[in-house]
Design a protein around this ligand. Structure first.
Ligand code: DO4
Ligand code: MG
Length: 283
């Protein structure tokens, strides 16, 4: 079951729907938060009941998809793939040892990534910081987690990151990671169990001036952490009354001489979740 958040008119109010092929079955007649369904005790049954009452459908091409987030905090896990560990070691010579340590440690690297207003949905520009020289997309499987810390679904996330700022000093991580337009989510949330996503291909493609300038792929099977452990560590001594979205780390890193440029288009696809496409703009 894939749920989407959308508007019918550019400035229209957000709605929630069930994607069925190329059409959307609207869920609920009045305003409804996506998280009201996601945080229900039985989200799939709640969707079925709301869909059965729907009187109409919309073609997906006629709506504007929004990021599938309401009030959740967005968090990130770092250095969960060997490829990411290697990239961090290369970019931050003097702090390289910390990345090796965290890759092997029991406690994972978890960092605050975004509040909803910093997140963009499909088709909306992700941003390059004005004071950054080296920016990359990070294509990541995103876990959708309820206030009771139950993993309810999955979406695609882009943890856009400024590698020069992060590489200069690891204490600059929040500035490398958190700024307006630093994160993209979408296109929808698929309700599924953890086991369904333990071995899914993630693909990244970056287009510049009509040509593909980078492409790469990995699988969630190469992740060195379990989804359940990341959620449990994040939930230690803290609560999430509005739920959370957790980006699980990148396993695809473009070569070190690559940086995003305004006008690029970033496309991330994950088997079973569709594709998230965003143009790139400078802040
Ligand atoms: O420590 C830096 C963050 C790493 C990260 O975001 C990732 O591995 O995806
Ligand atoms: Mg990341």
């Amino acid at each position: 079951m894939r749920l989407v958040k959308y508007t019918l008119a550019p400035e229209g109010s957000p709605r929630v729907g069930l994607l069925d092929g190329d059409s959307i079955v609207p869920l609920g007649e009045g305003p409804l938060r996506l998280s009201e369904i996601l945080h229900d005790i039985d989200p799939a049954s709640a969707v079925r009941a709301l869909a059965a009452a729907a009187q109409t459908r919309h073609q997906i091409a006629s709506v504007r998809l929004l990021a599938p987030i309401d009030r959740q905090e967005v968090w990130g896990a770092g250095v969960t793939y060997e490829r990411s560990k290697k990239a961090r070691e290369e970019e931050s010579e003097r702090a390289a040892t910390f990345y090796d340590l965290v890759y092997r440690a029991e406690r994972p690297e978890l960092f605050f990534k975004a509040t909803p207003h910093r997140v963009v949905g499909p088709g909306t520009p992700i941003r390059i910081r004005r004071d950054a020289r080296w920016t990359v997309p990070e294509p990541e499987l995103a876990l959708v987690v309820s206030p009771s810390l139950k993993l309810v679904g999955f979406t695609i996330g882009d943890d856009v990151s400024s590698r020069d700022i992060e590489g200069e000093n690891p204490l600059y991580l929040p500035q490398a990671k958190v700024y307006d337009g630093c994160c993209a989510l979408g296109p929808g949330v698929v309700l599924a169990a953890a086991d369904d996503f333990r071995d899914r291909e993630i693909r990244l493609e970056i287009e510049r001036g009509g040509s593909v300038v980078f492409q790469g792929a990995t699988s969630t099977a190469r992740m060195a952490r379990r989804f359940e452990d990341l959620i449990a560590w994040l939930g230690r001594d803290q609560s999430f009354p509005d739920g959370l979205i957790l980006l699980t780390g990148t396993g695809i890193v473009p070569p070190d001489d690559f940086t995003l440029e305004p006008g690029d288009v970033v496309r991330i696809a994950i088997d079973g979740l569709g594709s998230l496409e965003n143009p790139v703009a400078r802040g």
